[in-house]
Design a protein around this ligand. Structure first.
Ligand SMILES: *[C@@H]1O[C@H](CO)[C@@H](O)[C@H](O)[C@H]1NC(C)=O
Ligand SMILES: *[C@@H]1O[C@H](CO)[C@@H](O)[C@H](O)[C@H]1NC(C)=O
Ligand SMILES: *[C@@H]1O[C@H](CO)[C@@H](O)[C@H](O)[C@H]1NC(C)=O
Ligand SMILES: *[C@@H]1O[C@H](CO)[C@@H](O)[C@H](O)[C@H]1NC(C)=O
Ligand SMILES: *[C@@H]1O[C@H](CO)[C@@H](O)[C@H](O)[C@H]1NC(C)=O
Ligand SMILES: *[C@@H]1O[C@H](CO)[C@@H](O)[C@H](O)[C@H]1NC(C)=O
Length: 478
């Protein structure tokens, strides 16, 4: 099967191509057109005219759309000696792409293409007030034999629901409905798109529960329905998504517990459920998701503790964010063997107990946030660690935490943490500096961090004023 790739990526390539095609057709004959069924060609002209406006006369501008007068955004392919449209990309994708008119509309001819594989609308329907458009509800089954990829992206003027008839698109591998104004519930028929590998529904206004039928999509690799208004709990059927690599349902209104079936997702690398209303603690089955690289559950009233999980099983973890999760209890020693960990966020929980000095030995650690807890005792990290991490080590707002006073002369001390108490009392006698309370929530403006090495000169308490920056060293007086 020959393929004429009309869709070119770079502008200069397009120029070269059209130059070549012009020379080609001069030497041949302008009437020698690529063979196309009349109905296919007329459908193409009509469909595009519907989107770009009545002024656009395809038969005049592009007499040979699959041959020597290619249309930007349209690709064709040869089937049994005839050319058919295989790709149609509408909207502002490149400078010379098919821009949609303010009154862009779908025409029924869209469903007459016999071999359409890719259909995308990017920045096409842009006016939610004057001209909101809905996706046609019927006829999608006519494209079922060929359509592999369907995309609506960045269309603020695209409203209404997902047509349940999308479920008839059994060859579809990619369904992307990203950043439109679509609403309503997700149709259960999405679970019939048996071959689908990617479903992206992020940044719309979808409501209601996630259909349990989606759990049957055993080939699904990516499911992203973040930034919607989905409610209810994560379907227990999700354990059936055994191929899944990425699951992002962050920024919704999901509640209930984490289903134990998640443990079956052995290939999952990303689980992002931040900013929901999940509760019931961490499920022990998390420890079975052995491929996990990023686990983000922050901002959920999860509750429970960290102790029940064999963290050492999750050796691929790079980023673990469990901040604002209402967690109690201690920080398990088992976490200190996660050698790939670069980000550990446990801030703003109710964690207590001591902080294992082994955390500082995690070889890849670039940020460690433990602030806003009830951690206690003496911080036993090295001066080098504080120097390296700066404000990316957060331990402030743990009222019963302190650091050894010997570190003060080095200037490398944990921000917002007080020196250990008896030592403070000693120093206090000599100190002429006024000491302020550490606020429990430090301002962003306050956390301007410049030059850790600039204070603590000859071991005395000092304010150093440099230019606009006032760096305060604050301690508690108990
Ligand atoms: C184009 O014209 C040439 C002769 O001019 C002919 O041999 C060829 O079959 C034509 N091709 C098509 C696709 O009509
Ligand atoms: C396009 O132009 C042709 C020839 O100039 C004309 O016959 C035809 O009616 C026009 N079609 C539309 C849809 O304006
Ligand atoms: C998981 O990933 C491995 C390695 O990439 C692959 O061989 C296996 O088929 C995947 N499992 C599923 C259920 O897709
Ligand atoms: C979160 O879930 C709790 C029940 O667990 C419920 O009482 C509360 O209203 C929910 N909050 C929101 C914002 O939905
Ligand atoms: C913090 O821990 C101390 C014991 O170290 C305990 O007395 C106190 O109640 C805890 N505070 C909170 C808010 O849990
Ligand atoms: C925090 O910021 C507010 C306004 O942004 C300011 O009024 C207040 O003084 C700041 N507090 C500290 C401790 O810097």
């Amino acid at each position: 099967m020959e393929k004429l790739c009309v869709k070119t990526q770079a502008l200069f390539l397009t120029c070269i191509l059209s130059l070549f095609l012009n020379v080609f057709c001069m030497s041949e004959s302008e009437t020698n057109l690529s063979l196309m069924e009349k109905s296919e060609k007329e459908a193409l002209y009509s469909v595009i005219q519907g989107f770009v406006g009545k002024w656009w006369n395809g038969s005049e501008l592009y007499p040979d759309p699959c041959g020597w007068t290619p249309i930007q955004g349209v690709s064709c392919d040869l089937f049994d000696g005839f050319w058919y449209v295989t790709d149609l990309n509408v909207g502002l994708i490149q400078d010379n792409s098919l821009r949609c008119a303010p009154n862009a509309e779908f025409r029924r001819h869209l469903f007459e293409f016999k071999h359409l594989q890719t259909l995308s609308f990017i920045n096409c329907f842009i006016d939610p007030h004057q001209h909101a458009v809905t996706i046609p509800t019927d006829n999608w089954e006519k494209l079922a034999g060929s359509l592999v990829s369907l995309e609506f992206r960045s269309n603020p003027g695209l409203i209404g629901q997902i047509p349940p008839s999308f479920g008839s698109l059994t060859r579809l591998q990619s369904l992307v409905l990203l950043e439109n104004r679509l609403s309503g519930e997700l149709p259960a028929t999405l679970g019939s798109i048996a071959r689908v590998r990617r479903i992206v529904l992020a940044g719309n206004m979808f409501t209601g529960q996630i259909p349990a039928s989606l759990g049957g999509l055993t080939g699904l690799l990516i499911f992203d329905s973040s930034r919607n208004f989905l409610t209810g709990s994560l379907p227990s059927t999700f354990g059936g998504l055994t191929s899944l690599l990425k699951l992002d349902l962050s920024n919704n209104l999901l509640d209930g517990m984490l289903p134990s079936g998640l443990g079956k997702l052995k290939n999952l690398t990303l689980l992002d459920l931040r900013n929901n209303n999940l509760s019931g603690g961490l499920t022990k089955s998390l420890q079975e998701m052995v491929s996990l690289e990023e686990l983000v559950l922050s901002n959920n009233p999860l509750g429970g503790d960290l102790m029940g999980i064999e963290w050492e099983n999750l050796q691929n973890l790079i980023s673990l964010d469990l901040s604002y999760n209402g967690l109690i209890g201690g920080i398990p020693e088992k976490m200190t063997v996660l050698s790939k960990l670069r980000f550990l966020g446990l801030n703003h929980n109710i964690l207590s107990g001591i902080i294992s000095p082994k955390l500082a030995a995690l070889p890849s650690l670039g940020a460690l946030y433990l602030h806003g807890n009830n951690l206690t005792g003496k911080l036993e990290f090295s001066e080098w660690f504080y120097g390296k991490m700066g404000r990316r080590f957060g331990a402030w707002s743990n009222p019963n935490l302190c650091y050894p006073v010997e570190l003060i002369p080095t200037g490398h001390v944990p921000f917002g943490v007080k020196p250990c108490q008896q030592e403070v009392t000693l120093l206090e006698a000599d100190s002429k500096t006024k000491l302020s309370d550490v606020n429990s929530d430090l301002n962003a403006s306050f956390s301007v961090s410049l030059g850790y090495s600039n204070y603590g000169v000859d071991g005395s308490w000092a304010f150093i004023v440099r230019g606009m920056v006032v760096l305060l060293l604050l301690i508690y007086i108990l």
